[in-house]
Design a protein around this ligand. Sequence first.
Ligand SMILES: CC(C)(COP(=O)(O)OP(=O)(O)OC[C@H]1O[C@@H](n2cnc3c(N)ncnc32)[C@H](O)[C@@H]1OP(=O)(O)O)[C@@H](O)C(=O)NCCC(=O)NCCS
Length: 241
Amino acid sequence: MRSAAPERRAVLAGHLDYRAAHLVQIRPSRPSDGAALVEVAYATGFFGCSAEIYFPARALFGALWVGPYLGPAGACGLLAECEGRVLGYVLGSPNPQTYRGYFQKNLPGWLLAAALGRYPGLMGSLRFLWRSLCYPSRRAPLDLYPAHLHINLLPEARGKGLGERLLRAHLDCLRARGVPGVQLSTTLENSAALRLYQKLGFREYARWESPLWAPWLGRPTVHLTLVLSLKPKDFVKNTLI
Ligand SMILES: CC(C)(COP(=O)(O)OP(=O)(O)OC[C@H]1O[C@@H](n2cnc3c(N)ncnc32)[C@H](O)[C@@H]1OP(=O)(O)O)[C@@H](O)C(=O)NCCC(=O)NCCS
C-alpha cells in the first residue's frame, strides 16, 4: 500500500495534487472555524483572488461575509479540510429574516468600532460598500428561493471535485430541511463557478450589466442571479438538465 505521507506533506505545503484529493474531509462548519473561513473568504473574495484590492478592512470583511453564516442565520455550512487546514467552504442562509436580523443586530457595534478606528483599511473599503448600495443585486422571489449561498476554494484546491462535493452536500442538507429553493449571485467572470452551477441544475433568473466592479476590474461585468428549486418534484428534472 502507498504511504500517504508525501501527499500530506504536499497538502500542508499548499500543493494539493490530484492524488491527495481523497485525503480531504468534508464536514459541517462550526463557529470555531470562523478565523479559518475568513482566511479563505478573504483570499478568494475578488473573482477567486484576494479581496484586499477592493476591501482592505479584513476584519469588517469577515464580519459582513462570513459572520452571518456562523450564527443562527446560517445552516448547512460545510468546509473542506485536510490535515487541519481549511481549503474551502460553502456557506449559506436558508432564512432571509434571520439573515437580515444579523445585520440589524450588529450594525450599531460595527459603527461604534468604525468610529473608534478598530477597522484598519476602512477608508479604502468604503468605496465598495457605497457602490454595492448603488448597484445592488437582483433578488429572485424569497418565498420560492429563500436560501442563498457562497462557495469558495483556495486556488490549490480547485478543479479536483471538491466544489461539486461541497455544493451537492449543501443542497442535500437544504432539501432535508424542507427549504423550497436557493438563489445566488455571480458574474460571467466566474466561469468555473457558472459551469458548476449549471451542472447542478441552477437556471438563470436575472442577467444585467453592472459597473459595480469596474474600478478594480477595469470593465463592467455581466451579473447573474441563478436559482434552483429544491422541491422533490423538481429534483429529477434538475438532475437531468
Ligand atoms: C467555483 C469553484 C467553487 C468550483 O469548485 P472546484 O472544486 O474548482 O470545481 P470541481 O472540481 O468540483 O468541478 C465541478 C464542475 O465545475 C466546473 N468547473 C470546475 N473548474 C472549471 C474550470 N476551470 N473551467 C470550467 N468549468 C470548471 C465543471 O463543470 C466541473 O464539472 P466537470 O469536471 O464534470 O466538467 C472553485 O473553482 C472556486 O472556488 N473558484 C473561485 C471562487 C469562485 O468563483 N466562487 C464562486 C463565486 S460565485
